[in-house]
Design a protein around this ligand. Structure first.
Ligand SMILES: Nc1ncnc2c1ncn2[C@@H]1O[C@H](COP(=O)(O)OP(=O)(O)OP(=O)(O)O)[C@@H](O)[C@H]1O
Ligand SMILES: [Mg+2]
Length: 691
């Protein structure tokens, strides 16, 4: 007889399985298996070029649909997706979302394993004959207390009262549990079988991974045998594991929600841990080994210090805890938050750039060495009764001070003078006004005293904000960076106070620079249609600016930046003595920008090509030049085939070439019109302080 060929074998298999599926005797599982096998065969046949791609695709679609119809169907007779039922059964005791979750698992559901049944019986006997659940808990905790060793998580994490009951009656069980304990890998079995034995910590698996598992089990696992109280107490014990015995932080018992356990039971537990005190574990004292799971728990704990019950809380419970917290913390909070709690310092404590040493800016009046820095509040908080509060801040709301402190800029990438291309005159002037007087305050006195107000004006994108950042990095002064729009809009109705606070805090933190971007929106011409609140802000600002600029003692410099100088109120203009024009970059500056940016990239431009780019970019602002370079740098990527982008190595991308700049010039245009430029030039000639 002729041996069947490869393809005839496939065909006969195919037919066989087709009849099996359609026979009506298959279970859904068998059907699903058959369909899956069919799908594999289709793929196989296609891979061997036995069938065409079109045919494979249509067959694949057909059988994939049939397969998923069985897999996804939750019809008991025809589908396999019935596992949801079990979940629903488990959760059926939960009537709504805010109910405490209670498992519907009962011992009846447990698969009958002989040893399990024995243990359950032993537990039941023991429960009925000897021990109330609360006592069981106490016993478990005693075990923990006895074995407490700093630095190690304790056994009580996973010893629920139920488990105690289960195992306490069986000596055999206890010894088995002890065996299990010595094997870190057996943490799963521990959850169900560990007895409340006293176990020295060196035999405990201390790996954080296993601990996490245990922690998890400790406060999520539904007690198979225990009541709600048992779970809560178990949780309390769990929190006890975050300590080393001594480091327990204690708080008022009233802070423990009433739902956590009956007070009697709590007492029994607390009494063991620390005589007569309620235990609220401080998570700061938790061992680092309690990592992922436990630390997320500790996060919650930090937020809800009063709560002694970890894990899930219903909204009602959370509300209760938060209310408690509020009522307890309210009196202390304001002073703390007023200074001490903010992340940013008031400036005195931070690094002060190249001229790092802090120079006491205010004459020493009270023998305090820090002079003006006596309000270095970040260290302890000025509202700390033990610290003298700076006179200048006395009438100012602490909340405002805090808000202003957030405006202190002491982060961000450093900017050097060299990063700003061109504008040499402006740079030199600023150095003269800002840097040198900081360096030699003894020389810059009297008539040589530096001006207290600078206005940087010019077309958009010419580096005014960049100069502000550079001053922040290079001056060594406390740098407040406030956008005028935030003064006018962020604190609606409070703007006036904010301005006052700003100057008061700056006065405390001398030497200080207040940089106000978009200053035109704060100091625009006063007019009839003006809103009352912005008028008041402006007036307050002028008053403060006047104070700062006229007081020879204060070392506060106000730097404003605007691209609409013509809109600035004349009174403000007068106070911003040095009005520096920041024009469009000249050819040399444009070249500097291109060279600097291209030096960081893989680029094949030669000197002549750079010159050409500079020539073609006449009328571009610094921002336009940056945009041009960005656009050009995308050229080599655009020239790749889309397939290559996925696989190409970075060093295989071709260098940026002149042709990329040529195409970039087609899309990037100067953003400042010559008409606008004329306005700036005219204003500069009228009010500017440049040469
Ligand atoms: N002189 C310059 N040197 C180097 N880069 C510059 C210069 N001017 C502008 N740039 C580039 O343009 C970007 C925008 O500059 P910046 O924000 O300082 O402009 P601006 O003058 O404050 O503009 P606007 O008036 O619109 O606020 C900078 O981040 C920088 O990349
Ligand atoms: Mg700007």
């Amino acid at each position: 007889m002729e041996a069947p060929t490869h393809s005839t074998v496939h065909l006969s298999d195919w037919q066989k399985s087709y009849f099996a599926i359609t026979s009506g005797t298959c279970t859904p599982g068998q059907k699903a298996d058959e369909y899956r096998a069919k799908i594999l065969r289709i793929q196989y046949a296609w891979a061997n070029s036995e069938i065409s791609q079109v045919c494979a695709a249509s067959l694949f679609k057909k059988y994939a649909e049939k397969y998923s119809a069985i897999i996804d169907s939750d019809n008991i007779e025809t589908g396999l997706n019935n596992y949801a039922e079990n979940i629903l059964t488990l959760a059926k005791c939960q009537q709504n979302d805010s109910d405490k979750w209670q498992s519907a698992l009962t011992t009846d559901n447990v698969f009958e394993l002989k040893c399990v049944q024995e243990r359950m019986r032993a537990g039941k006997n023991f429960q009925s004959s000897q021990m109330a659940p609360t006592d069981a808990c106490v016993l478990a905790d005693k075990g923990v207390s006895a074995s407490a060793t700093p630095g190690l998580p304790k056994l009580s994490i996973f010893s629920s009262a139920g488990e105690t009951e289960l195992c306490a009656g069986s000596a055999k069980c206890a010894s088995q549990g002890a065996d299990l304990l010595e094997h870190p890998s057996s943490s799963k079995s521990l959850q169900s079988s560990v007895p409340p034995v006293t176990k020295t910590s060196d035999t405990l698996p201390a790996s954080s991974a296993s601990l996490n598992e245990q922690v998890h089990a400790g406060f999520r696992a539904t007690p198979l045998f225990g009541s709600k109280e048992a779970t809560s107490i178990s949780s309390l014990k769990m929190s006890g594991t975050c300590r080393d015995g001594k480091n327990l932080s204690l708080s008022d018992q009233s802070a423990v929600p009433s739902w956590s356990a009956s007070s009697g039971k709590r007492k029994a537990f607390y009494g063991l841990v620390d005589e007569g005190s309620t235990v609220i574990p401080s998570l700061a004292t938790c061992q680092a080994s309690i990592s992922t799971e436990a630390s997320s728990f500790s996060g919650t704990r930090n937020r809800n210090e009063e709560s002694s019950v970890p894990g899930f809380r219903t909204a009602k419970e959370q509300l209760w805890v938060e209310q408690q917290k509020k009522s307890q913390n309210l009196p202390q909070r304001a002073p703390v938050s007023s200074y001490g709690s903010v992340k940013k310092s008031l400036g005195a404590g931070r690094s002060r750039g190249p001229f790092g040493k802090f120079v006491p800016p205010v004459p020493k009046q009270d023998g305090n060495e820090n002079g003006g820095a006596q309000c270095k509040p970040h260290a302890r908080g000025p509202m700390d009764p033990s610290l003298p509060v700076d006179e200048r801040l006395k009438n100012i709301e602490p909340k405002m001070v805090e808000l202003i402190m957030h405006e202190i800029m002491d982060h961000g990438p450093p900017v050097n003078w060299d990063d700003i291309a061109g504008v040499e005159f402006a740079k030199a002037t600023i150095k003269e006004i800002v840097v040198w007087p900081m360096l030699r305050p003894d020389i810059f006195t009297g008539l040589r005293g530096p001006p207290k107000g600078i206005l940087l004006f010019g077309p958009p994108g010419t580096g005014k904000t960049l100069i502000g950042k550079c001053i922040a990095c290079q001056s060594g002064a406390t740098f407040f960076s406030i956008s005028a729009s935030s003064l006018t809009s962020k604190w609606v109705g409070e703007g006036e106070k904010m301005v006052r606070t700003l100057f008061a805090v700056a006065r405390c933190q001398q030497p200080a620079v207040i940089f106000i971007d978009e200053i035109d929106s704060l100091l625009s011409q006063r007019g009839d249609g003006e809103h009352e609140s912005s008028r008041r802000i402006k007036t307050e600002f002028l008053v403060q600016l006047d104070g700062a600029t006229t007081s020879s003692e204060d070392r506060i410099l106000v730097v404003g930046a605007t691209n609409r100088p013509q809109e600035i109120d004349e009174a403000a203009r007068r106070r911003l003595v040095k009005r520096l024009y920041i024009p469009l970059p000249e050819a040399s500056a444009r070249k500097q920008i291109v060279t600097r940016l291209m030096s960081k990239e893989h680029c094949s431009l030669n000197e002549e090509e750079i010159e050409l780019i500079v020539k073609k970019s006449n009328g571009f602002s610094g921002a336009d030049m940056t945009q041009l370079c960005r656009e050009a740098s995308l050229g080599p990527i655009r020239s790749l085939q889309s397939m290559d982008i996925a696989t190409i190595m970075p060093d295989q991308v071709r260098p940026i070439a002149f042709l990329d700049f040529e195409s970039a010039f087609r899309t990037v245009r100067p953003s400042v019109s010559s008409k606008d430029l004329e306005l700036y030039e005219t204003w500069n000639q009228t009010f500017g302080c440049g040469r």
